[in-house]
Design a protein around this ligand. Structure first.
Ligand code: EPU
Length: 339
C-alpha cells in the first residue's frame, strides 16, 4: 500500500472532471484500510472514499485530504441450498462484473441492475435501482469500518434504512463508515421482474420468447446502451437528479394543465414524476452549453463533452433546476454528490 501525493482524480470520476488530491491511496484489504486510517499523518485530514466515482461531481479543483480508493476484491459463496445462495462480495468489485458473474452461475436477483456503473461498496450507499428492482431486495447485510474507532460493524438490511436512492450512510452516518464488503441473498430459481414496460418491448424486439436471467440482462443492457451515454466516451454520472415525489393534489393540478405528464403512484398521497420528462418539457434535452450539456437521449443525464469544470456542470444543473421550478413548481434534488 503506497500513499501518493498531488494525484489527479480525472480518471477516478466518470464525469472526467479534473481535480487533484493532496494524498491518494488504494486499499486492497480491510487491514490496509484500518492501517491507513490509524496513521497519525492522515488521521486528522478530511477523507474521501471513492468506489467507481460514478456518482460524484468535483466542484473544487483540490481535495486537501486523503482520497481512499477501495480495491477490496473477492466473491465468496457463504451458504448454498437448492433454492438459494448467499454471496459475500468485496466492496471494490465492479458492480457489473458481479452481475455478470451471478448470471453465469444462474443466480437470479441482480439481472435488472445490469450495467450500472460503480462498485459493489457504493451500491448500498444509495440503494441503486433500475427497471423495477432495487438492491435492497437481495441485500442481506454489509460490513463497514468505523472511521474514528477503526472497528468493523455489520449492518443488517433494516439497519441500512434503505429508501429511494437513500440509506443511513447518506444521512445520520454520513462520512462515519467505509463499506468493505456486502452480502447478497440470490435465488437459484429465477424470479423475473419484467413489469417495467421497456423490458417487455425490448425482449419482444430482440425476439426472445423464453425468459431467463441472461435474457433480461441483455434487454436491460440494450436499453441502457441506447439511452445512456458511455462514460468512457462522454463524461457523465447517470441520472443527475432524483425523480421527484409530489403530493397527489399537485400532480392532479399539473395533469389538468399538461395531460401528457407521466406519474407513478408511490404511496396513497404521493406520485413520482420522471425528472427527465420535466427537463425535456423545459427545452433542455440535447442542449449544449460550452463543454457541458443535457444528453440528447435522456434529459436526466448531464454530460461533460471534454474539458468541463465541475462548476460549469453545477451551473448548468442550477439552470435546469430553475426552469423546472418556474414552470412546474417542482424542486429537483441532485442524486449526484458534490465534492
Ligand atoms: N422521460 C422523458 N424524457 C427524457 C427521459 C425520460 O420524457 O428525456 C420520461 C419518459 O416518460 C419515460 C420516463 O421518463 O417513460 C422514465 O424514463 P426512464 O425509463 O429512462 O427512467 P428514469 O425515471 O428517467 C430511472 C432511474 C435510472 C434507471 C431508470 C430505469 C432515477 C433518478 N433514475 O430513470 O437510474 O436506470 O429509471 O429504471 O431514478 C441512475 O440512477 O443513474 C439511473 C440511470
Amino acid at each position: 500500500m503506497t500513499v501518493t501525493e498531488n494525484v489527479s482524480l480525472k480518471s477516478f470520476n466518470t464525469f472526467g472532471i479534473e481535480a487533484r488530491a493532496r494524498y491518494f491511496v488504494r486499499v486492497q484489504t480491510t487491514a490496509e484500510l484500518h492501517d491507513v486510517l490509524a496513521n497519525p499523518v492522515y488521521r486528522p485530514l478530511p477523507k474521501l472514499v471513492l468506489g467507481g466515482g460514478s456518482n460524484v461531481l468535483f466542484i473544487n479543483d483540490f481535495f486537501d485530504g486523503l482520497v481512499i480508493k477501495i480495491d477490496i476484491k473477492g466473491i465468496t459463496v457463504l451458504e448454498e441450498t437448492q433454492q438459494s445462495v448467499r454471496l459475500e462480495v468485496g466492496a471494490g468489485e465492479v458492480w457489473h462484473d458481479l452481475v455478470v458473474h451471478t448470471i453465469e452461475k444462474g443466480y437470479s436477483g441482480l439481472e435488472n441492475l445490469s450495467l450500472i456503473p460503480g462498485t459493489v461498496g457504493a451500491a448500498p450507499m444509495q440503494n441503486i435501482g433500475a427497471y423495477g428492482v432495487e438492491i435492497k431486495e437481495t441485500f442481506d447485510s454489509l460490513e463497514a469500518l468505523h472511521v474514528e474507532s477503526g472497528e468493523s460493524r455489520r449492518f443488517t438490511n433494516a439497519e441500512c434504512r434503505f429508501g429511494y436512492r437513500e440509506s443511513v450512510f447518506k444521512h445520520e452516518l454520513k462520512g462515519q463508515y467505509i463499506i468493505t464488503s456486502v452480502r447478497f441473498n440470490l435465488s437459484k430459481i429465477p424470479v423475473f421482474h419484467t413489469s417495467y414496460g421497456a423490458i417487455q418491448d425490448t425482449l419482444r424486439e430482440m425476439g426472445i420468447g423464453e425468459l431467463s436471467v441472461k435474457a433480461i440482462s441483455e434487454a436491460v443492457c440494450h436499453i441502457r446502451r441506447s439511452k445512456l451515454p458511455d462514460p468512457a466516451q462522454i463524461g457523465n454520472a447517470g441520472s443527475f437528479f432524483k425523480n421527484p415525489e409530489i403530493p397527489k393534489a399537485q400532480f392532479e393540478a399539473l395533469k389538468a394543465q399538461y395531460p401528457g405528464i407521466p406519474g407513478y403512484v408511490t404511496s396513497p398521497d404521493f406520485v413520482k414524476v420522471p425528472a427527465g420528462w420535466l427537463i425535456e418539457q423545459c427545452g433542455w434535452k440535447g442542449k449544449v452549453v460550452g463543454a457541458t450539456g443535457v444528453h440528447k437521449m435522456q434529459a436526466l443525464v448531464l454530460v461533460n463533452y471534454g474539458d468541463a469544470k465541475g462548476q460549469e456542470i453545477k451551473a448548468l444543473a442550477e439552470e435546469v433546476q430553475r426552469s423546472v421550478q418556474e414552470r412546474f413548481g417542482i424542486r429537483l434534488t441532485p442524486e449526484v454528490n458534490f465534492l
